[in-house]
Design a protein. Structure first.
Length: 310
């Protein structure tokens, strides 16, 4: 007796995969809407804040932004990545001698969305880049920053804050390559995990041969507020030069009894205390951005209000 088995027709679509830090994510590059934008920040001009909005797209999107900061130029860039669909954003920044750029990013996918974000920066002599990243929302976030300190005296500051919830994945990778002499990097990451959220942070400071008298530091503070949360903190310092200084540290834990007592003595219950502490890192970066328009965008999901708003 022959048994007939009904087999569903397999989909004909061929999926691409994006390499994301140590993982791969399914990606439809063939049908993605692709755009590219070039921005020049000039010296001796009042460069108004550049605002990049990647919100509201229906399908897969890929956007590339190329930024050139000319010699001694100053500029601020605000970027918002928000939506229900997968999006890929790449920001390439070239800083010439003495240029200063602040890049402030809000990565906030909804539960059905996904954000894959890349920053690549090349820093010339005595230039300075400050990258601020806020990671909230409900969808998965993959962020990958790579800064090359090529010129002597170049500086790099990174401040990142995250709030992971539900079953969200936050995967944050950052690399500072020191090539020039007397270069500096400072990486500060703070965040909280609730429910069954998962987070990976990889921070690498790499002192290349020739980067004498350079300094690098990375620190992360993680607040774990759920029994099923998963946290991985992977700091790494590489050194091919003798006369350098590199440090790293991490503080990982729950709210301690003294903190809970402090809140309760002021009439604040544990649940409210946990919410206050969970949002504290994000609120800190919102204030540091010093921009009311960006603050309003960042707090649409959070449901809070900052002192910058009237």
């Amino acid at each position: 007796m022959t048994k007939n088995i009904l087999i569903d027709k397999l989909p004909t679509k061929t999926w691409n995969f994006l390499k994301v830090n140590s993982a791969e994510i399914q990606w439809d590059s063939e049908s993605a809407a692709k755009t590219e934008e070039n921005i020049i920040l000039k010296k001796d001009e009042k460069n108004e804040p550049v605002r990049l909005d990647n919100s509201g797209a229906e399908g897969y999107t890929e956007k590339v932004v190329n930024v050139t900061a000319e010699k001694a130029a100053r500029g601020v860039i605000f970027e918002v990545c928000r939506g229900n669909a997968p999006m890929l954003s790449r920001v390439n920044i070239d800083l010439e001698e003495g240029a200063e750029v602040k890049l402030v990013m809000l990565l906030e996918p909804s539960e059905n969305g996904l954000v894959r974000h890349e920053v690549r920066a090349e820093c010339g002599v005595n230039s300075h880049i400050h990258i601020m990243t806020i990671m909230i929302g409900g969808g998965d976030i993959y962020s990958d920053d790579h800064v090359t300190l090529s010129g002597d005296g170049a500086r790099f500051d990174a401040d990142a804050a995250y709030l992971g919830k539900n079953s969200q994945t936050i995967d944050y990778n950052i690399v500072a390559d020191h090539f020039g002499k007397k270069t500096e990097s400072l990486i500060t990451v703070n965040g909280a995990l609730t429910d069954s959220a998962k987070k990976v942070f990889r921070g690498t400071i790499d002192f290349k041969k020739g980067s004498a008298d350079s300094v690098g530091s990375e620190n992360e503070t993680v607040l774990m507020l759920g029994d099923d949360v998963v946290n991985k903190t992977v700091p790494l310092i590489l050194c091919a030069e003798e006369n350098v200084e590199g440090t790293h540290g991490a503080t990982i834990g729950e709210l301690d009894a003294d903190t809970i007592f402090y809140f309760e003595s002021r009439g604040i219950d544990r649940e409210t205390a946990e919410r206050i502490m969970a949002y504290a890192a994000v609120e800190r970066l919102i204030h540091m951005a010093e921009d009311s328009e960006f603050a309003a965008e960042a707090e649409k999901t959070m449901g809070t209000k900052t002192d910058t708003e009237e």
